[in-house]
Design a protein around this ligand. Structure first.
Ligand code: DON
Length: 306
């Protein structure tokens, strides 16, 4: 067993310390024992665990929707609607919606992501969702689908998000009506992927978008990476930056993307994208095994990049 496999096996034991997300009924059905990792360089991919499992992107999509909206409107315009400051609060918190001129703090919390959903290019809900799926499909090289069971389950239990959206609308931060913004946001959270797709998304950032059909302004990619560092791992982003030191984004499905700009992990060299699926999550919302894996990976392979 090589060093990488040992780190994987050790992290897999940690799944017992987390619990699958239960606040959305369809996510509560996931198997908390699962743990899969894909590491992708320009030349090859290493897969650990059951990499054929599919799951929904959840908050990982927030980075992609931000890029599509910022690419379309320009950074200056988008900053009128959403800031790029971390909060330290939980992802669905409403406490700061009455501070900071009522502007959502960043696109990685729900308030910012719902605002971004309303700003996506397109006249209809369908077109807005498509603007993101098209961009994503260019990155991962295949069609993506929405898991309707998860989407309807989320939509029916979206009281908090609906409350956030009404406050945003009252304060002039929504470009569409409340229901359309929620539908777009929740459909995007329900896009189905596997760990290999996640690794491709992470690899996109690792190469700053080179070698991909998905064209994005360099400044926007830089902001997306900065947002991952400062706000990507919910209110554990500070500790993640301090002890692991990689741009990363997680979702409550147990998905994580982590970006290695230049590293060496076993036979992989150069830019490396890491995709993780471990549905047993901690109190904050991050995959317990995923965090353990990245912590040891960063230390053992000297990946800290800040
Ligand atoms: O808004 C929700 O409840 C979820 N669909 C968001 C998912 C997530 O991963 C947490 N968000 N930051």
């Amino acid at each position: 067993m090589n060093k990488l496999q040992k780190i994987y096996e050790q992290a897999k034991q940690r799944t017992a310390n987390g619990q699958v997300a239960s606040y959305i009924p369809a996510l509560a059905a996931a198997n908390g024992d699962l743990f899969a990792v894909s590491l992708l360089s320009a030349e090859q991919e290493i897969e650990l665990g059951n990499c054929t499992e599919t799951f929904t992107l959840q908050s990982v999509v927030k980075v992609i929707s931000f890029m599509v909206a910022a690419n379309y409107h320009g950074i200056e315009e988008i900053m009128h609607y959403v800031d790029v400051e971390p909060t330290g609060d939980s992802f669905n918190s409403i406490v700061r919606l009455e501070s900071h001129n009522n502007k959502p703090f960043n696109p990685m919390i729900n308030a910012g992501a719902i605002t971004i959903a309303s700003l996506l290019p397109g006249e209809t809900m369908f077109e807005k969702v498509k603007s993101v799926t098209t961009f994503l499909e260019q990155i991962i090289g295949k069609k993506v689908h929405i898991n309707n069971e998860v989407y309807f389950s989320e939509y029916q239990s979206a009281d908090y998000n609906r409350a956030i959206a009404y406050i945003l609308q009252a304060n002039g931060f929504l470009k569409s009506d409340v229901e359309e913004a929620l539908q777009v946001y929740l459909q995007l959270c329900s896009i189905t992927v596997d760990v290999s797709d996640l690794a491709k998304i992470a690899f996109y950032f690792a190469t700053n978008g080179k070698e991909s059909e998905a064209i994005c302004n360099k400044g926007v990619i830089n902001i997306a990476k900065a947002l991952m560092i400062t706000c990507g791992m919910y209110n554990a982003s500070g500790k993640f930056a301090a002890f692991i030191g990689l741009p990363a984004k997680s979702g409550v499905s147990g998905a994580i993307i982590a970006v290695v700009r230049n590293g060496e992990i076993e036979q992989l060299q150069g830019p490396i994208g890491i995709g993780i699926y471990g549905p047993a999550i901690d109190q904050v919302g991050n995959s317990v095994a995923g965090i353990d894996f990245l912590m040891h990976l960063s230390k053992e392979y000297d990946l800290f990049c800040l």
